[in-house]
Structure formats: structure tokens, C-alpha cells
Write a protein that binds this ligand. Sequence first.
Ligand SMILES: [Zn+2]
Length: 210
Amino acid sequence: MEEQKIIIGREGNQPFPITQDGVSGRHASLTIRTDGTWVLEDLNSMNGTYIRNKDFVFERVGRKVIEKDTIIRLGSDDTIRSLQFMAVRLVAGPKDFSFEFGLLKSKWDGLMERRDKLEKQIALMSYLPVGASVLLLGATISVNDIHVIRGVMFLPSILSPVINTFGKKKLKKLNEEVKHTFVCPNPNCGMPLTETEVKLGKCLKCKAHI
Ligand SMILES: [Zn+2]
């Protein structure tokens, strides 16, 4: 296999059109080396080339080895509808989104299961301080000290917010992951996808499909 190089930009030879302002004529390049590794390189573009890290934050890159499922963004616009696409887009047919939809499909059940589990945990955890308070009250009632008993009675109102904040932070992060993962793989669409669309392997907004 020979080394392959794709120029990405408004004047690039990537398999889909790029017309967005803010993307340079020759913005970046992808080199597929003979050993199969993919190297993304910024070509001194005006607004930079970015890739998404595991925390869903875009990091500016100069030259970097990437994977087929790396999310690339051209330019510094940080909205979900900016020009971003999976690296595989640079070699796939312009109407063939099977790699991306296949990946999204395989992620759906796992992510939703994790979210359900966490939501149940949060609901359960909110009862924990009440339960603990009732148990402790039984134990302290014999102490016959109004301060101790009062303290135990107030336990839920002190502990519940702490426990809930912890669970809700985790849930927020997971929801962030869902929001950033399930978007249309078409670089000129990028709309959020519903469960039906993911399972169907088709975006009902732009008609991109497997
Ligand atoms: Zn779409």
C-alpha cells in the first residue's frame, strides 16, 4: 500500500465539500502511512485544527497520530454545529455513513444503561440519610439528650444535598457524553440524533444513512 495524502479545506480534495468561512483553502492534511497509521497535520491554517479528547474538549493540534473515529474540528467555533467530522469521513464515500452509524449504534445501549443505573442510584441514595436517621434515632433515644436527638433528626437535611450533588455531577457528565456522542455524522448537518435515528442508522433531518 502506498502512502496516501488528503488535503482538507475549501480547496482540499476531501470527499465532501467544505464551504464554511473560517476554514482555510488548505487547512489541514491527513496522511495515511504505509504502516496504516493516520497522521493529521495543520497546514498553518488561520483558525487552527482541533481534535476532541475523551472529556469532549477540543484541543488544538499541530501534527498528531489519530484514529479512524477521532473527531476533527476545523476552526475555533466551539458550537456543536461547527464543522466537525469523524476522521473516517476523509476516506469514506460521501454518501456512506455506515462506519459512524455503526459506532453510534454500538454505543447507544451501553450509555443508556449506564444512565438508567445512575438515575436509580441517585434516587436510592436520597433515601439513605433518612434511613440512617431513623436507625440512629432508635439508638439515641435512650441517651435522652435533646441535642443529640435533634442532631440525628437533622441528619437527612445535612447529608442529602451532599450525596445528591455528587450523584448529579456524575449524571451531568454522562448527559454531556450522550449529547456530544449522538450527533449526525454528516459534516454539513451535525444535528442531535434520536434513539430511532441511531437504531435506524439514518438522520431524518439530512437523510445521511448507513
Ligand atoms: Zn443529519
